[in-house]
Ligand binder design. Structure first.
Ligand code: BG6
Length: 531
């Protein structure tokens, strides 16, 4: 999102203007590095978007050589890079910049070895470099690493040193506050980049452009015209090999606390005065502070949880969550959550925001639906308006990326019949290029020092505050009906009831073919969550 970096995502660019950098990844033998960071870094190199002088230093407790580390990163690039895999020539330019230090995070010798390595690079390049410490580790280890970096004087330079912290950012409000306190004993807030990869998605960032670079939508973006907002992040995958983590997280912590609430803030925030990281973050925090606190007694009315049972996913049998590796047979972890939030301010009073997410749902689709109010007076004869639907704006975040506007049109013919039709903007069709992967965007932003897309401490804490009553209520009262939805459906029936009690229903994404025969997303009215 950096304005200064003119080369980014520019197919014409031949060279990045980013300053020299050493990226130090703690937890370098983990899944995130293999699956996300390695392919993103490789693709950035391929597109000439890494600085001329760069190094990646992996640190982990595992006894591994730099050659083994390189092999694993190459495997990650081969398996997950949008580019289709690492080619020999580019890889041979990449590999010499990768190295691995094996060491205990609590041992000062680890940081001494790191310091030595950082200095070696700078000596070779003949110039000081920025240092990015990327913590791809569980939150429980963050304090140890931060202290280690502080004690080794590796965090002192406020301009050149940055720290990136992966989610989960705490387990609840108290642990997030404690984590922020630990980080700020050594780093300034300006050095801290709390990552939420949804903010790196092109369509999520486009919400700001759509709202504030056009004159058409902002005048109707309020309670006078909008009936309600739905934010859905539906996944087809199950918990995969992350059962042990998920048992302590659940969908509310794993998805809603960060990804869905971030999307909500972009939809609900007031216009920013300037395109400045703190200005945008201030506006987002204002939204979080305006979310109506939920009392313990209200939790049942505004929050629903679910857990998947066995079922069929596209014709294939899949196991129940409780049969996944690392999961307790009587687990209470929710793999589905739906909540209703109210934003108490002039713009959004009485406009509910319905958020839902789940694993093993029918379709993979992330989207935001803005449902507008009915026309104030229906002038057309009843028979003409039988198929009438309210206006709807759907922001497709993934897998297709685009925006759909639904409005009424007259059906051709001598009889007057109204019918809903769609105007569709597709990123791929409009720009004829693939959007960068979220991690590519976010890594570039950290390298250029642009914190706009990253969470500030108060944002994270405000988000936990919103969810604390639900977390507490769910912890106090174990679910008795789990598993309560079959894999391959739209979640538990209680989620239908949550929205139906307000006289509304979920809008289910369905797949359609676009003009080129690719599958594209479209939304229709839901009939039942189980359908
Ligand atoms: C992660 C969650 O943050 O986001 C995962 O921990 C989830 O459980 C993933 O599967 C979804 O991300 P995406 O980009 O595939 O929608």
């Amino acid at each position: 999102m950096s304005l200064a970096d003119t080369t980014k995502n520019n197919p014409m660019s031949t060279e990045s203007k980013l300053p020299p950098v050493s990226i130090v990844i703690f937890g370098a033998t983990g899944d995130l590095v293999w699956r996300k960071l390695a392919p993103a870094l490789y693709n950035l190199l391929l597109n000439q978007q890494l600085p001329e002088h760069f190094a990646v230093i992996g640190i982990g407790r595992k006894n591994e050589s730099s050659d083994e580390f390189r092999l694993r990163l190459r495997d990650g690039a081969n398996s997950f890079c949008e580019c289709g895999g690492a080619d020999e020539k580019t890889w041979s330019g990449f590999a010499p910049n990768l190295s691995y230090i094996s060491g205990d995070f609590a041992d000062p010798a680890t940081y001494a070895a790191l310091d030595k390595q950082l200095k070696t690079h700078e000596k070779k390049w003949g110039t000081p470099a920025n240092h990015i410490f990327y913590l791809a580790t569980p939150p429980s280890i963050v304090g140890t690493i931060v202290k280690g970096l502080g004690a080794a004087d590796l965090a002192q330079d406020k301009q050149r040193v940055r720290i990136v912290v992966e989610k989960p950012f705490g387990h609840d409000l108290a642990s997030a506050v404690a984590l922020n306190a630990v980080l700020t004993t050594v780093f300034d807030e300006t050095q801290i980049y709390r990552i939420d990869h949804y903010m790196g998605k092109e369509t999520v960032q486009n919400i700001l452009a759509f709202r504030f670079a056009n004159v058409l939508f902002e005048p109707i973006w309020n309670r006078r015209y909008i009936d309600h907002v739905q934010i859905t992040v539906a996944e087809q995958v199950g918990v995969e090999h992350r059962g042990a983590y998920y048992e302590h997280a659940g969908a509310l912590r794993d998805m809603i606390q960060n990804h869905l609430i971030q999307i909500l803030t972009l939809i609900a925030m007031e216009p920013m005065v300037s395109f400045d990281a703190n200005e945008i973050r201030n506006k987002k925090v204002d939204v979080l502070r305006a979310i109506r606190p939920i009392s313990k007694e209200q939790v049942q009315e505004v929050a629903v949880r679910g857990q998947y049972g066995a079922g069929l996913m596209e014709g294939q049998k899949v196991p129940a969550y409780r049969s996944e590796p690392g999961v307790a047979t009587g687990s209470s972890a929710e793999t589905f959550a739906a909540i209703k939030l109210s934003v108490d301010n002039w713009r959004w009073q009485d406009v509910p925001f319905y958020l839902r997410t789940g694993k093993r749902l029918k379709t993979k689709a992330s989207e935001v639906t803005i449902q507008f109010r009915p026309v104030p007076h229906q002038s057309f004869p009843k028979a003409a308006a039988l198929a009438w639907q309210p206006n709807r704006l759907i922001i497709h975040i993934q897998p297709q990326e685009g925006i759909l506007l639904r409005f009424q049109a007259k059906q051709p013919g001598s009889t007057l019949h109204l019918s809903p039709v769609d105007m569709h903007f597709s990123y791929q069709e409009a720009f004829k290029s693939k959007s960068p992967e979220a991690y590519e965007t976010l890594l570039t932003d950290v390298m250029s020092g642009d914190a706009t897309l990253f969470m500030r401490a108060d944002q994270v804490e405000a988000s936990w505050s919103v969810l604390t009553p639900i977390l507490n209520a769910w912890a106090d009262l174990k679910p008795v009906d789990f598993p309560n939805y079959q894999s391959g459906t739209w979640g538990p029936e209680a989620a239908d009831v949550l929205i139906a009690q307000d006289g509304r229903s979920w809008l289910q994404p369905i797949l359609r073919e676009d003009q080129e025969g690719n599958q594209a997303q479209r939304s229709i009215e839901s009939t039942s969550a189980q359908s």
